[in-house]
Design a protein around this ligand. Structure first.
Ligand SMILES: *[C@@H]1O[C@H](CO)[C@@H](O)[C@H](O)[C@H]1NC(C)=O
Ligand SMILES: *[C@@H]1O[C@H](CO)[C@@H](O)[C@H](O)[C@H]1NC(C)=O
Ligand SMILES: *[C@@H]1O[C@H](CO)[C@@H](O)[C@H](O)[C@H]1NC(C)=O
Ligand SMILES: *[C@@H]1O[C@H](CO)[C@@H](O)[C@H](O)[C@H]1NC(C)=O
Ligand SMILES: *[C@@H]1O[C@H](CO)[C@@H](O)[C@H](O)[C@H]1NC(C)=O
Ligand SMILES: *[C@@H]1O[C@H](CO)[C@@H](O)[C@H](O)[C@H]1NC(C)=O
Ligand SMILES: *[C@@H]1O[C@H](CO)[C@@H](O)[C@H](O)[C@H]1NC(C)=O
Ligand SMILES: *[C@@H]1O[C@H](CO)[C@@H](O)[C@H](O)[C@H]1NC(C)=O
Length: 912
C-alpha cells in the first residue's frame, strides 16, 4: 500500500503527496494510477481463503482464488478502491454466466466471514449451503445488499437479520424449507427498498399486512409462493403509513378475501406493477380501489375466482400498458369492458382477458393504437370479427381460440398487420378462412393456429410463404391434400407441428430433412403411408413428442432410436407396422409414454429396462410373444398403465409383478398366460395415488354404438387378466386391494372358492369372474359391494343362495346363470327345495352381451381413463411432467415442485 502511494507521488506535487501520507491513504488514491494499486488486506484474504476451504467447488468456479494474488481481483470480490477492504462478496456463479454445467458451490458459511466488517454486498444465491441461515450474518452491520436466493437454506429466518439497518436489498427467495413464523424483525429494516421472500413459508404470519406497512422505504416487494394466509382487512383501520411501494407481487398464495385490494390501495399510491395472480380471490373487484393509482402500468389478477365485470375504477388507469385478467370468472359484455379502459387507449400494449366468460361480439379496438398483444381466447365471444382489426398496425399477437366466433377471416382482417407474428383462431364454432391461395401476406408469422377451422381441402399456398413458422397447428382443418414435397425445407424453423385429424395422403415428406429444432410432431389420424425406415437419417435431437398413430404406416420399425435421446412420448399405435420391435427402443431413456398398440408387431420384447421413466406402456393388440419380462416391475418405478392385452404372451405372471405398486391400469387379457395368480397381488396398486380427475365427453364405441360418458368420471383402478389360462384359486390377498374399481378374471380356469371377505373391495364397480371353474357359495360379504354396477359370475360352479342384499338382486339373472347350484333371486328357482336349478338357455344370448359390457367397461374404459385421465395431464403438459419427475427424483418438498411448475408455467406463458 505504502509503495503504491509512493509511486503515485511521481505524478503529483510533493505537497499533495505529503498531505496524503499525513491524513490517510484514502484521500489521494482517486487520482493515483488506479485501483490496481490497491491490494486487498492480508487478514481479509485469509478470511476468504478459509471461507473457500469450507466449500466444495466442483466446477472450479473460484479458480482465481489463490493465495498469492491480490484478492480484490478474485472472482466475485470487490474492494473499496481507497481502503482496500472487501466490500463485495458475490458467489452467485449462475448470475454472471448462465453456465448450466457449472455445479453450485456446496458447503458452509465460515463464521470468520464476520471479519469482513466492511462488506456491503453479500450474494450467495444459487448455491447449496444446506442448513440454517447463520445468525451471525445479522452482525455484518454494513450490509446494504444481502442475497441468499435459492441457496438451499432451511429452517427459520434468524430475526438477527433485523439488525442490518443499512440493508436496502434483501433476497431470500426460493429456499426450500425456509420459513418465518413472525416477520417482526423485518420492520426494523427501515432502509429496505427491495424485498424478495418468494417461496419462503410465511403461512403462520397472520399480521403480514400490518408488518409490511411499516417498511416505508420499500419499492419492490416480492412474496409469491409464500402460503400467505388469507386476511380479512375490512375490519382493520389502517395506520396511514403510505409507502413508496411501486412493485408488488403476491402471486401464488392462498388469498381469498378481496379486501386485500383495500390494503393495497392503502399502502401506496405509487404502484407501477401489481401482481396478485394465482390466488383464490373471490367476488367482484371492489370499486374505487384503483382510482388513485394513476401510475399503474401493469396489473395481473389472473388465475383467481374473480367475477363480475371490469370495475369502473379502471377508468383512471391512464398509464396502463398491460392488463391480465385471464382465468377468472369475469362475465361481461366485452364491449363494455373495453369502454372502462378508454383512458388507457394510448398506452395499452397488452390485454389478456382469456379464460373467462366475456361475451358479446368481437369488440371495436381501433382506438387502442399501441396494442401489440390481444388474448381473448377461451371466452364465449360470438358473431363476426370486424375488419378494423386489420388496422391495428402494432398488433403482433392475437389469440381468439376457443370462442364461438362465427366468422370468415378474409385478407381485410389482416391487411395492415405488418408486425403480426402470432395468430391462433383454433376451436371456434364456425370459423372459416377465406384467404386466396396466392395471397402474399404482409407479415411473417412465427405461430399459426387454425385447428378445427375450415382451412382445406388444399394445403394453402399462403401458409407456404410463412417461412419463419415455429408453431403450426392445423389439426382437424379439413385438409385432404398431400403435403408439398419440400415441406420440411419450407418450414425449417418448425418446433411444433400439428396436422392431426385431417386426411393428408402420401408418404411422409422426406423425413431426412426434419427441421433440426423440431420438438413435437403430431401427424396422427391421417392417411400417411409408407415405412419409417428413413427416420434414421433424420437429425431431430430435440424431438420430444412423436405421434404418428392412426395412419397407414407399414413395414418394420427402424433400429435407430438411440438418436432420439429426448423423446418422451412415442405413439405409433393403430398403423400396419410389423416385425420385431428393435432393440434400440431400449435406449429411449427419456421415454415416458410408449404406445405401439394395434399394429402387427411380433416376436419378443426388447429390454426396456433402461426406460425407467415409463409411465404408460401400451403394446396391446399385436402378435407379441414370449414371457412377461421381469424388468417391467424391477426398473419401471413410475409405471401407471401396462397394457399387453391381446397378444401371445405366455408363461406365468411373474412374482415380480407385485412390485407394480403405483400402477393404475394393468391389462394382460387375451394372452396365453398360465399358472396361478401370485399371492402378493395385494401389493399392486398399493401406492397408486388417490388423486381424482375430471373428464368430459369420453366417447367410446361398443358394438357399433357410441356411448358418451358426459359426466365427470372418477378415475378407475383396473386389473384385467381375462381370457388367459390361469389356474388355481383367487388368492385371499386380493381382497386387500381396497382401491380397486374394476376386476376382470373371466374366461380362465380358476378354481376354488371366492375369498370370503371379497366384500372388502368396497370401491369395486365392475366385477367379472365368469367362465371359470369357481365353486362354493357367493360370500355374504358381496352384499357390501355398494358401488358394484356390473357383475358377472356366470358359468362357474357356484352353488347355494345368492346373498340377499340390495345390490345383488338388482342384476339381471344372466349375471348368475350357468352355475348349476345357484339359487334365489334374481334367479327364478327358489332355494327352498333341494336347491338345484335349471339353466335358462334362452338367456344365453343376453348373457354374452352383459359379459362383454362388463368386459368392455372394465377394460376399455379402465384403460382409457387410466391412460388419459390420470396420466393425461402429465402427458400433455410435458413441461409440468418434467417438474413432476424432478420432484420424484429429488424427493424435494412441494414448495420446490410448485416453484418449478410455476417457472414452467411462466415459461409457457412467456412463449405464448
Ligand atoms: C472508486 O469507487 C467508487 C465507488 O465505488 C467509484 O465511484 C470510483 O469511480 C472508484 N474510483 C476508481 C478510480 O476506480
Ligand atoms: C440441501 O440441504 C440439505 C440439508 O439441509 C441436504 O440434505 C441436501 O442434500 C442439500 N441439497 C439439496 C440439493 O437439496
Ligand atoms: C440483534 O438482534 C437480536 C435479535 O433481534 C437482538 O437480541 C440483539 O440485541 C441485536 N444485536 C445488535 C448488536 O443489535
Ligand atoms: C427477487 O426480487 C427482486 C426484486 O425485488 C428481484 O430483483 C430479484 O431478481 C428476485 N430474485 C429472484 C431470485 O428471482
Ligand atoms: C382445441 O380443442 C381441443 C379439444 O378440446 C383441445 O385439446 C385443444 O387444446 C384446443 N386447442 C386450442 C388451441 O385451444
Ligand atoms: C424471420 O425472422 C427473423 C427475425 O426474427 C428475420 O430477420 C427474418 O427476416 C425472418 N425471415 C423471413 C423469411 O421473413
Ligand atoms: C442400460 O444401461 C446400461 C448402463 O448405461 C448399459 O450398460 C446397458 O447396456 C443398457 N441396457 C440396454 C438394454 O440398453
Ligand atoms: C380349462 O381346463 C380344461 C381342462 O382342465 C381345458 O380343457 C380347457 O381348455 C381349459 N380352459 C381354459 C380357458 O384354460
Amino acid at each position: 500500500m505504502l509503495f503504491s502511494i509512493m509511486s503515485g507521488r511521481r505524478i503529483h506535487s510533493v505537497l499533495v503527496g505529503l498531505l496524503c501520507l499525513v491524513i490517510a491513504s484514502t484521500i489521494c488514491c482517486s487520482s493515483s494510477v488506479g485501483t490496481s494499486s490497491i491490494l486487498c488486506l492480508e487478514s481479509e484474504r485469509h478470511v476468504l481463503l478459509r471461507f473457500k476451504q469450507g466449500l466444495v467447488d466442483e466446477s472450479n468456479a473460484l479458480a482465481s482464488w489463490k493465495s498469492e494474488k491480490d484478492c480484490c481481483k478474485w472472482r466475485g470480490i470487490a474492494c473499496n478502491n481507497q481502503t482496500g477492504h472487501v466490500i463485495t462478496l458475490n458467489l452467485c456463479i449462475f448470475c454472471d454466466d448462465y453456465m448450466y454445467a457449472a455445479t453450485p458451490l456446496i458447503g458452509e458459511i465460515d463464521p470468520s466471514l464476520l471479519e469482513l466488517r466492511h462488506l456491503n454486498h453479500l450474494d450467495l444465491s444459487f448455491n447449496d449451503f444446506g442448513g440454517m441461515i447463520p445468525k451471525f450474518i445479522g452482525s455484518l452491520s454494513q450490509l446494504k445488499e444481502l442475497k441468499l436466493a435459492q441457496a438451499n437454506f432451511s429452517g427459520s429466518v434468524p430475526p438477527q437479520l433485523g439488525n442490518l439497518s443499512n440493508l436496502h436489498t434483501l433476497d431470500l427467495s426460493w429456499n426450500e424449507f425456509l420459513s418465518s413464523e413472525n416477520i417482526e424483525w423485518l420492520s426494523h429494516l427501515s432502509s429496505l427498498r427491495y424485498l424478495n421472500m418468494s417461496g419462503v413459508d410465511l403461512s403462520k404470519v397472520v399480521n403480514w399486512p400490518q408488518s409490511l406497512s411499516k417498511l416505508t422505504s420499500l419499492i419492490e416487494l416480492q412474496l409469491s409462493w409464500c402460503h400467505l394466509p388469507d386476511v380479512n382487512l375490512r375490519s382493520l383501520s389502517f395506520i396511514n403509513s403510505s409507502t413508496s411501494l411501486q412493485v408488488l407481487d403476491l402471486s401464488q398464495n392462498s388469498l381469498i378475501n378481496s379486501s386485500i385490494f383495500h390494503w393495497i390501495a392503502n399502502v401506496s399510491n405509487n404502484f407501477v406493477h401489481i401482481q396478485l395472480s394465482d390466488n383464490d380471490l373471490q367476488g367482484p373487484i371492489p370499486a374505487h380501489v384503483f382510482t388513485s393509482m394513476v401510475s399503474l402500468g401493469s396489473l395481473d389478477l389472473s388465475g383467481n375466482l374473480l367475477e363480475g365485470g371490469m370495475t369502473k375504477a379502471f377508468q383512471n388507469l391512464c398509464s396502463l400498458e398491460s392488463l391480465v385478467l385471464a382465468s377468472n370468472q369475469f362475465s361481461e359484455n366485452i364491449q363494455d369492458s373495453l369502454e372502462t379502459l378508454s383512458c388507457a387507449e394510448d398506452t395499452l400494449e397488452s390485454l389478456d382477458l382469456s379464460g373467462n366468460w366475456f361475451w358479446g361480439s368481437f369488440p371495436e379496438l381501433t382506438g387502442f393504437s399501441k396494442l401489440r398483444e390481444l388474448r381473448l381466447h377461451d371466452n364465449t365471444l360470438n358473431g363476426s370479427i370486424p375488419e378494423s382489426v386489420g388496422q391495428l398496425s402494432c398488433l403482433e399477437h392475437l389469440d381468439l381460440f376457443g370462442n364461438s366466433l362465427n366468422a370468415v377471416i378474409t385478407e381485410a382482417h389482416l391487411l395492415n398487420l405488418s408486425s403480426f407474428k402470432h395468430l391462433d383462431v383454433s376451436n371456434n364454432t364456425a370459423l372459416s378462412i377465406n384467404l386466396s391461395s396466392d395471397w402474399n401476406p404482409p407479415f411473417q408469422l412465427d405461430t399459426l393456429g387454425m385447428s378445427s377451422c375450415k382451412v382445406g381441402p388444399a394445403f394453402p399456398k399462403w401458409i407456404q410463404t410463412q417461412r419463419n413458422l415455429t408453431r403450426l397447428s392445423l389439426d382437424n382443418a379439413s385438409i385432404s391434400d398431400s403435403l408439398p414435397s419440400n415441406f420440411w425445407d419450407l418450414f425449417s424453423d418448425l418446433e411444433e407441428l400439428d396436422l392431426s385429424r385431417n386426411k393428408i395422403r402420401g408418404k411422409l415428406p422426406d423425413l431426412p430433412s426434419f427441421p433440426p429444432g423440431l420438438i413435437t410432431l403430431y401427424l396422427s389420424n391421417n392417411m400417411f403411408s409408407g415405412s419409417l425406415s428413413s427416420l434414421c437419417a433424420t437429425q431431430a435431437p430435440q424431438l420430444n413428442f412423436l405421434d404418428l398413430s392412426e395412419n397407414l404406416l407399414s413395414g418394420e420399425l427402424p433400429n435407430c432410436w438411440m438418436s432420439f435421446q429426448l423423446l418422451d412420448i412415442l405413439y405409433l399405435g393403430k398403423n400396419k407396422l410389423s416385425g420385431k420391435l428393435p432393440s434400440s427402443l431400449g435406449n429411449l431413456e427419456a421415454i415416458s409414454v410408449l404406445g405401439l398398440h394395434s399394429n402387427n408387431f411380433s416376436g419378443e420384447l426388447p429390454s426396456l429396462k433402461n426406460c425407467t421413466r415409463l409411465t404408460i406402456l401400451d403394446l396391446g393388440n399385436n402378435n407379441l410373444s414370449g414371457k412377461i419380462p421381469s424388468w417391467i416391475n424391477q426398473n419401471l418405478k413410475y409405471l401407471r398403465a401396462l397394457r399387453l392385452r391381446s397378444n401371445m404372451f405366455n408363461g406365468i405372471i411373474p412374482f415380480s409383478m407385485c412390485g407394480l405398486t403405483t400402477i393404475h391400469v394393468l391389462d394382460l387379457s387375451q394372452n396365453n398366460i398360465s399358472g396361478a395368480l401370485p399371492y402378493c397381488f395385494n401389493n399392486i396398486l398399493a401406492l397408486a395415488d388417490d388423486a381424482t380427475y375430471d373428464i368430459m365427453n369420453v366417447e367410446l364405441v361398443w358394438k357399433g354404438i357410441e356411448i358418451e360418458f358426459g359426466e365427470n368420471l372418477q378415475f378407475l383402478r383396473s386389473i384385467d387378466i381375462s381370457s388367459n389360462y390361469l389356474v388355481g384359486e383367487i388368492p385371499q390377498s386380493i381382497t386387500s386391494m381396497s382401491k380397486l374399481n374394476s376386476l376382470n378374471l373371466s374366461r380362465n380356469n380358476l378354481t376354488g372358492k371366492v375369498p370370503e371377505n371379497f366384500g372388502n373391495l368396497k370401491k369395486l364397480e365392475s366385477l367379472d369372474l365368469s367362465r371359470n371353474q369357481i365353486s362354493g357359495r357367493i360370500p355374504t360379504s358381496f352384499s357390501s359391494l355398494n358401488f358394484l354396477e356390473v357383475l358377472d359370475v356366470s358359468h362357474n360352479h357356484l352353488s347355494g343362495e345368492i346373498p340377499l342384499g340390495t345390490q345383488l338382486q338388482t342384476f339381471n339373472a344372466s349375471a348368475y346363470m350357468g352355475n348349476l347350484g345357484l339359487c334365489g333371486p334374481p334367479l327364478t328357482p327358489n332355494c327352498s327345495g333341494d336347491g338345484t336349478t335349471q339353466v335358462d338357455d334362452n338367456k344365453e344370448h343376453d348373457n354374452d352381451g352383459l359379459i362383454n359390457l362388463g368386459f368392455f367397461i372394465s377394460t376399455v374404459l379402465g384403460f382409457i381413463t387410466g391412460f388419459w385421465v390420470v396420466c393425461g395431464s402429465l402427458v400433455l403438459k410435458s413441461s409440468w411432467r418434467y417438474a413432476y419427475f424432478k420432484f420424484l427424483d429429488d424427493s424435494r418438498d412441494w414448495v420446490y415442485v410448485k416453484a418449478v411448475v410455476y417457472k414452467a408455467k411462466m415459461q409457457e406463458r412467456l412463449r405464448r
